[in-house]
Design a protein around this ligand. Structure first.
Ligand SMILES: Nc1nc2c(ncn2[C@@H]2O[C@H](COP(=O)(O)OP(=O)(O)OP(=O)(O)O)[C@@H](O)[C@H]2O)c(=O)[nH]1
Ligand SMILES: [Mg+2]
Length: 375
């Protein structure tokens, strides 16, 4: 095989036949296969299976019954399953015109790059297919933000958010990728310094079906960016910061409603602890949930820890102020910083610790590998 075309799909049934037809017409000088990685909840898998029967090139379907890590996870699955070094990743809704694929391949043939990016943002490219002005602005702004965070690794890439690119599997470490959400190219480029080539392309409008882009995806993207740049701790700090502000706002609200400051503070803390736990579950540690037992167990550990922490922090504060004569605001700051570090370590190593595997010689290497691939 010269090329594996990886197409992630989520409820893209009406686009499948047209996509395969246009790929077949456009790519005629290479030996290639198409791998659909499908998380659909409708009849898309049946449509793909039927289309595979009539295509005159190999079409494979990987349907994930329990999808992890969304679109990014699907692409990684496709890269793993590929049978060639060069893999082309493209959307299943025809926003990435198959007719552009030969130009990407021609760029790769020059043999001086590891990744060829189809860019909307270089001369000759066009992002008009983005649904509306808001999407265009969000895309532009997030591209700038991302490039400013990785000025060197993304130096040669004008469009790190595109989902249309060609990558040499030999140049990347698939096991080190931590996909979350939509932006898998960013994950690939930020992990390791790769040689990037670009060709312009015009982002088309969707052929059929509905968009899966959403506000939640936007939040996931920001978390991904923070994690890539600063590691897990900064995302954890962000959640902690949001929690601290929420705590004070709730407390202020309850006092305004006539409650005494002590019960108000306790209620605000408990609400914040629960809210923070949910943010940790779905944003900061979402990639570690599957291996760390049940959500209920994690909640009990996290909840207990935070309450014990709150109970210990107050007398420590008292000792620092009364015995060590540290000004109270500085002392409170010190206890909060210490509590933050301890809380992070506890969550990363205890609450979200992978469950131990049963001792089995054939599996013995797995936890080691998992740890090596961590941040
Ligand atoms: N396997 C898989 N594919 C997904 C998932 N989410 C989206 N996709 C696919 O990824 C591609 C891009 O998703 P789109 O919904 O088109 O996102 P977009 O292009 O940013 O949004 P539009 O401009 O509205 O089309 C499409 O082929 C989707 O079917 C997912 O969770 N799993
Ligand atoms: Mg799309």
């Amino acid at each position: 095989m010269d090329l594996t075309i990886v197409v992630p799909t989520f409820n893209e049934g009406p686009n499948v036949a047209e996509l395969l037809r246009r790929i077949g017409d456009a790519v005629d000088d290479r030996l290639f296969e198409v791998v659909f990685v499908d998380d659909s909840t409708d009849d898309t898998p049946q449509i793909i299976a039927a289309a595979a029967q009539t295509a005159d090139f190999p079409v494979r379907l990987i349907h994930r019954d329990a999808p992890t890590a969304g679109l990014g996870g699907a692409v990684v699955e496709g890269l793993r399953a590929a049978t060639s070094n060069w893999c082309l990743v493209m959307d299943g809704d025809l926003q990435h015109p198959p007719e552009d694929v030969p130009r990407l391949l021609a760029r790769a043939d020059r043999d001086d790059v590891d990744v060829v990016v189809a860019s909307r943002y270089i001369a000759g490219g066009d992002s008009k297919g983005l649904a509306d002005a808001t999407r265009t602005t969000v895309s532009r702004a997030s591209t700038l933000l991302t490039k400013s965070m990785f000025p060197r690794k993304l130096g040669d890439c004008s469009d790190p958010m595109t989902g249309f690119f060609l990558v040499n599997r030999d140049a990347i470490d698939i096991d080190a990728l931590r996909p979350r959400g939509f932006k898998i190219l960013l994950e690939i480029l930020a992990r390791r310094h790769l040689r990037v080539g670009e060709v312009p392309f015009a982002f088309a409008s969707r052929f059929a079906g509905a968009s899966k882009a959403s506000f939640t995806q936007g939040i996931r993207f920001l978390t991904q960016l923070l994690m890539l740049r600063f590691g897990r701790m900064s995302a954890f700090a962000l959640v902690g910061g949001v929690g601290a502000i929420a705590n004070l706002v709730i407390m202020w609200g309850l006092i305004r409603l006539g409650m005494d400051y002590l019960p108000a503070s306790i209620i605000a803390s408990e609400i914040t602890i629960i809210g923070n736990f949910l943010l940790l579950e779905y944003l900061v540690f979402s990639d570690m949930r599957a291996e760390s037992g049940s959500m209920r167990q994690r909640f009990v550990k996290s909840f207990t820890f935070n309450n014990v922490e709150a109970i210990i922090r107050i007398p420590v504060l008292w000792v620092l102020v009364e015995n060590a004569h540290i000004p109270s605001v500085i002392a409170a700051g010190l206890t909060l910083i210490a509590a933050f570090v301890v809380r992070f370590v506890f969550h990363a190593l205890v609450v979200y610790a992978p469950k131990r595997q049963p001792v089995d010689a054939s599996l013995a290497v797995a936890p080691e590998r998992a740890r090596a691939a961590e941040y």
